[in-house]
Design a protein around this ligand. Sequence first.
Ligand code: HEC
Length: 125
Amino acid sequence: MDQKTKMIKRWLVAIVLVIAAATFSACEKYEVKPIPFDANATWHFQADIQPIFNANCISCHNGSKSPDLRDGKSYGALSKGYVNPPAENSRLYVKVSSSTTHIPRTSDTQKLMILNWIKQGALNN
Ligand code: HEC
């Protein structure tokens, strides 16, 4: 290998290292930090809970399967014994949090939102 080729190789290695370092530091800067669940937040049926049903439940619970979780029907359906305290034992929470009796279709955050909404009185807010 002649002197010139060696020089070019060294430069290439140096450039690769600089790019790698820049990439890593950029990753750190834009890393997505998980938002901690705020147990004290007030959860609203229309703004927080119904969108979970719209996205995860109404493919099945669309009137033919109880409870009817479609927008406009869900609160009335759930009031018939699905959201009675204690929240942990309510039929709605037991269903969404169980991994054996019902296919889980909610994230941990969504489960906590539902749980806390029931704890806060399961209001039609
Ligand atoms: C793939 C279809 C399907 C999806 C999606 C689904 N469910 Fe269900 N669900 C069922 C079936 C079937 C039953 C009845 C059998 C059983 O209890 O597991 C049921 C039962 C229930 C029950 C109990 C009904 C009762 O009378 O006790 C609740 C509450 C419930 N689902 C809530 C939900 C919620 C909330 C979601 C969305 C997060 C959801 N389900 C998504 C199929 C589904």
